[in-house]
Design a protein around this ligand. Sequence first.
Ligand SMILES: [Zn+2]
Length: 301
Amino acid sequence: MFQRANVAGFLQGLFVLPLCALFGGLIALLFHAHGFGLWACVGFCALFPIFGALKTKQKSLLAGLLAGVIVSAVLLIALVPAHAQENPLPLSGFVVCLDPGHVSETSAGTVSRNGRLTEAHVNWVVAQRLTRLLQAEGATVVPTKLRESQVVANRRRAEIANAAHANLFLRLHCDSGEQSGIATYYPDRQGRRFGVTGPSTEVMQASRRAAQHFHPALCAALQGALKDDGIKGDSQTGVGGKQGALTGSIFSRVPALTIEMCVLTNSHDYRFINTAVGEDRMAHALLAGVEAAALQEKDVR
Ligand SMILES: [Zn+2]
């Protein structure tokens, strides 16, 4: 019964199955297979020793395989829950269409009072920093422009967000004027541009909900570094006042927020945003806003 050949057969059966299953797991890893794909790879590789043992009809080998199945099952029970407990990244599956404002068909954007800092540059630099932060949190970022100097029409920007089926169309701008602070705009009524009326009621409602979660998180993260100018409707902007909504919002089929990150012509705001530290704080605050918007969107779904 305990002949050397039997023991060898048993051990062969015991180890070969977990090893083949592990091999299948490694193949799945190589091809980034998850879920069904992973289990199909593991199962397929585990079939070989089972068929081999059945063919030989060696009792010791079959007993070893049976023990191997039990060992594999115990290992799986021990390992799989540990893997399942690993939290996915907070923004995995969330698509942000990130739109650094200007240059568009209508405007090159505002400039600081001393003429040294353009809005288009601030929007671009903050967007680059924010892209890295969002991606590190697992978000998919779809940019509306690929170079700082690229001219992209506002309608086209919305079309990029629509094509990406973005969960959020986030538009970064800086304001001009006598006031100061940071404000979040959403389409609060339909507008009309190029013979098209939009956005839909659903998009307006989703945009408002996003703003209500985005803006408080944004301001909390800034810790008073900029004045809180609150949540406003597109209709309160110059263009929105004429059209009903911003052009990018009219053509958007996804929730759209326009952030006036600061007032570039205000000396306090200018000093804040004209430093790497300020840009970085702004990017982190925007990330907090996206996280809050993503969280409420998950609740709605
Ligand atoms: Zn702007």
